[in-house]
Design a protein around this ligand. Structure first.
Ligand SMILES: Cc1ncc(C[n+]2csc(CCOP(=O)(O)OP(=O)(O)O)c2C)c(N)n1
Ligand SMILES: [Mg+2]
Length: 363
C-alpha cells in the first residue's frame, strides 16, 4: 500500500476573487471583467431585490402562508453572478434554492411561492424561461442537465447548460454519473456547485477530504474555486466557463465558496449544530455590503440611488405578499393532471381513488 505523504498538509486552494469583503477591486490574471458603473448598480439592485424576496418568503412561511421555504440568504452573489452570465439561449437546471437565478431568468417570484405554498407543481414554463422546474431530489437535475446539454450538442446549437447543486449533492451517485457522462461526451455544461458548507446539519468535512473543485480533475475536466460571495468573480468565472462550453471545450466545475447564513429550510434550527461565531465571521463577508462599499468608495452611486433600491425592494416585498395571499387553493384533483403528458392507467386509478375519498366528506 502506498501512502500519500501530502495527506492533510496541502496548501489552501486558490480562490478567484475580484472584489474583497471590504469592497476593494482586485485583479486576477485569468478572470478580468470590465463592468460599467451602470452594470454594477444593476447587480447591486438584483442582490438587494432577491434578498428581499427571500426575506418576505421566510416571513410568509412563519405566518403559515407557505408550507416551507429554503432561504438563499448569503448566496445572493453566487446566484446573481452566475445567473447574469447566462444568455437567453442557455438552459439552467436549479435545485430548490435558486431564487436568485430564477430572478435572472425572469420567473415571477410569486410562482416560486406557489410551489412552497402547495398550490402548484412549479408554476412556470421551463421552455419560456430556459429555467427548469425546481428539483428536490438531491443531484438528480445534474443528469437531466447533462442529457439536455448532449441534446444541444446534437442540435449543433450555440448554447450551454448550467446545473446547480450543493456541496452535499457532490456525494450523490447522480452527480458523479453526470460528471462522467459530461466528460466523456464533452458536453456543453457548467456544473455550478454552491458550497454553502452545510448539507442540512452535515458539515462539508463529511462530504470530502479535498476541496470540491478538485474533484473535477479525476473526471477529466477543469475545476475552479471562486469566492461565492463576490458577484463580480462569480459573473466572470461563469461567463468564461459557459463560453468554453459553447465553443466545444466541454464541461467545467465551478465551486462557489459561500455560506448558508440562514437555516437549511424553515423547518430547521441551525443553532443545534453550528456555533454562532461561524455565522458572525461570514457576516463580515456579506455579498451585498461589499458591492455597496465599492459603489460608495468609488462614488459610483449616491444616497439617492441606495434609497431608491430600498424603496423598490419594499414595494416588491409588499406586492409579493399581496399576490401570495391571493393565490387560490387548487382543486384537489388537479394534481393528477400534469404528472404525465399522456393519460396513464396508474394515475387514472389514483385519481379515481382520491375522488372517492373526497366524496366521503360532507359538503
Ligand atoms: C436523494 C435525496 N436524498 C436526501 C434528501 C434530503 N435532503 C434534502 S436537502 C439535503 C441536503 C442537501 O445539501 P446540499 O447539497 O449541500 O444543498 P443545500 O441544501 O445546502 O443548498 C438532503 C439530504 C433529498 N431531498 N434527496
Ligand atoms: Mg450545502
Amino acid at each position: 500500500m502506498t501512502v500519500d505523504a501530502s495527506r492533510g498538509a496541502e496548501a489552501p486552494p486558490e480562490l478567484v476573487q475580484l472584489l474583497t469583503p471590504e469592497g476593494v477591486r482586485v485583479e486576477h490574471p485569468d478572470y478580468d471583467i470590465d463592468l460599467t458603473p451602470e452594470e454594477v448598480r444593476s447587480l447591486y439592485r438584483d442582490l438587494v431585490l432577491v434578498r428581499r424576496i427571500d426575506l418576505e418568503a421566510v416571513a410568509l412561511q412563519r405566518q403559515g402562508e407557505l408550507g416551507i421555504w429554503a432561504s438563499l440568504l448569503g448566496q445572493e452573489a453566487a446566484q446573481i453572478g452566475s445567473g447574469r452570465a447566462l444568455t437567453d439561449s442557455d438552459m439552467a437546471f436549479p435545485t430548490y434554492r435558486e431564487h436568485g437565478v430564477a430572478w435572472c431568468r425572469d420567473v415571477d417570484p410569486v410562482k416560486l411561492l406557489g410551489l412552497f405554498r402547495g398550490v402548484n407543481h412549479g408554476g412556470w414554463d421551463p421552455e419560456e424561461h430556459n429555467f427548469h422546474l425546481y428539483t428536490i431530489v438531491i443531484g438528480s437535475q445534474t443528469l437531466h442537465a447533462v442529457g439536455y446539454a448532449m441534446g444541444i450538442q446534437r442540435d449543433d446549437a450555440s448554447a450551454a447548460t448550467i446545473a446547480y447543486f450543493g456541496d452535499g449533492a457532490t456525494s450523490q451517485g447522480d452527480v458523479n454519473e453526470s460528471f462522467i457522462w459530461a466528460s466523456v461526451f464533452n458536453a456543453p455544461i457548467v456544473f455550478f456547485c454552491q458550497n454553502n458548507q452545510w448539507a442540512i446539519s452535515e458539515p462539508l468535512e463529511k462530504q470530502s477530504r479535498i476541496p470540491l473543485y478538485r474533484r473535477a480533475s479525476g473526471f477529466g475536466f477543469p475545476g475552479i474555486r471562486v469566492d461565492g460571495n463576490d458577484v463580480f468573480a462569480c459573473l466572470a468565472v461563469t461567463r468564461k466557463a459557459l463560453e468554453a462550453a459553447r465553443t466545444g471545450q466541454g464541461p467545467t466545475l465551478i465551486e462557489a465558496f459561500t455560506y448558508r447564513m440562514g437555516a437549511h429550510t424553515t423547518t430547521d434550527d441551525p443553532t443545534r449544530y453550528r456555533v454562532a461565531s461561524e455565522l458572525e465571521a461570514w457576516k463580515l463577508k456579506d455579498p451585498i455590503e461589499r458591492v455597496k462599499s465599492y459603489l460608495f468608495r468609488n462614488e459610483l452611486a449616491d444616497q439617492g440611488f441606495f434609497d431608491a433600491v430600498t424603496a423598490e425592494a419594499d414595494q416588491l416585498g409588499a406586492d409579493l405578499r399581496r399576490r401570495c395571499l391571493a393565490m387560490p387553493d387548487p382543486e384537489p384533483l388537479d394534481m393528477f393532471d400534469h404528472v404525465y403528458r399522456e393519460p396513464h392507467a396508474l394515475i387514472d386509478g389514483e385519481r379515481a381513488q382520491f375522488a372517492a375519498y373526497l366524496e366521503g366528506f360532507e359538503k
